[in-house]
Design a protein around this ligand. Structure first.
Ligand code: ADP
Length: 322
């Protein structure tokens, strides 16, 4: 059996750990692996070559993805997927490991269902926004990067006794924002799933903080928050509420960097498990983590919504911000 591996969507630390594990687990089972470059675009164009155990030396600790990634909107077209599957069959590739987020899993699910290419998904996104798994590759690393950055901002915020709005990534998910806020002792967090947040409530909390004798306050803003971006929220707070504040947008520094031990360990475990299950004949699944245990879920499950950040975390933040 020959299998292909690709990374797709946004890059995430830990993807290389997963690639390495796929290649070496396959090697251990006597299977050949082909590395497909640039995600589904490379799949469509036949941009692949054999990937061997030695090709994966020294990548475990590297951020990004050695296979590169790309967006390929044309993969949403069934005829393009049929053409890609033909290319795979011609090269003797009967199974595929797709490392990516929900968009990538939708592509893999369609390819498996329509074309009979056996597909395994490994969750790779810093947003931690996939259904059925407590964790995705890159989330732990991005969280630690964001926490370190906010700690630095806190130093200057307390020296100048200022309010800071700090925007973190996460697309439409507040996972990264809520966890960063809790780990940094932020005074408030704005995230998309908390639909009842208002400017008035935020201003009220900031005033309470000041009354309690706090010199500085940090508000973590998820990039997808319904009140707007951190810059837009900051403008409004200055104009309509007369608050003096600063805004910092963490941006792409959250994506890169050497993966944490957890991201390396789960990249390794999921990479190995994906190959073992494909070798055993499984056809359309993705891997995840539930309450500490490795689980496999049907790829069709990707249609269901991801769990929001636990509400008790945001509630705990309020209590601890006293
Ligand atoms: P992520 O995998 O991180 O969610 P995207 O949403 O950009 O990132 O998806 C990555 C790629 O997956 C897209 O560029 C496209 O090739 C493919 N894809 C996304 N959504 C679909 C879909 N509904 N059907 C088929 N392929 C899809």
């Amino acid at each position: 059996m020959r299998l292909g591996v690709l990374t797709s969507g946004g890059d995430a630390p830990g993807m290389n750990a997963a690639i390495r594990a796929v290649v070496r687990q396959a090697d251990a089972l006597g299977l050949e692996t082909f590395g497909i470059r640039h995600g589904f675009r490379g799949l469509i164009q036949g941009d692949w070559s054999p990937l061997k155990s030695r090709d994966c030396a020294n990548i475990l600790q590297r951020g990004g993805t050695i296979l590169h990634t790309a967006r390929a909107p044309e993969f949403a077209d069934p005829s393009v997927r049929a053409q890609a599957a033909e290319g795979l069959r011609a090269a003797g590739l009967s199974a595929l490991v797709v490392i990516g987020g929900d968009g990538s899993f939708r592509g893999a699910e369609a390819l498996a269902r329509e074309q009979g290419i056996r597909c395994a998904g490994i969750p790779g996104t810093i947003d931690n926004d996939l259904p059925g798994t407590d964790r995705t590759l890159g989330f732990d690393t991005a969280l630690n990067t964001a926490v370190e950055a906010v700690d630095r901002i806190r130093d200057t915020a307390s020296s100048h006794e200022r309010v800071f709005l700090v925007e973190v990534m996460g697309r439409s998910s507040g996972m990264l924002a809520v966890h960063t806020a809790l780990a940094c002792g932020a005074e408030f967090v704005l995230y998309p799933e908390a639909e009842d947040d208002t400017f008035e409530e935020l201003v009220h909390q900031l005033k309470l903080s000041a009354e309690r004798g706090k010199g500085s306050s940090i508000v973590i803003v998820a990039e997808g928050d319904q009140l707007g971006s951190a810059v837009a929220i900051g403008d409004r707070l200055q104009k309509d509420f007369g608050l003096d504040l600063r805004v910092a947008v963490l941006g792409h520094i959250q994506r890169g960097g050497s993966p944490t031990a957890l991201d390396r360990i789960w990249g390794s475990r999921w990479g190995s498990e994906a190959v073992k299950r494909l070798a055993a004949g499984e056809a359309s699944f993705y891997l995840g983590l539930q309450e500490g245990a490795l689980v496999a879920l049907p790829l069709a499950r990707i249609q269901s919504p991801a769990a929001p950040p636990p509400r008790e975390l945001a509630a705990l933040l309020r209590i601890l911000a006293r």
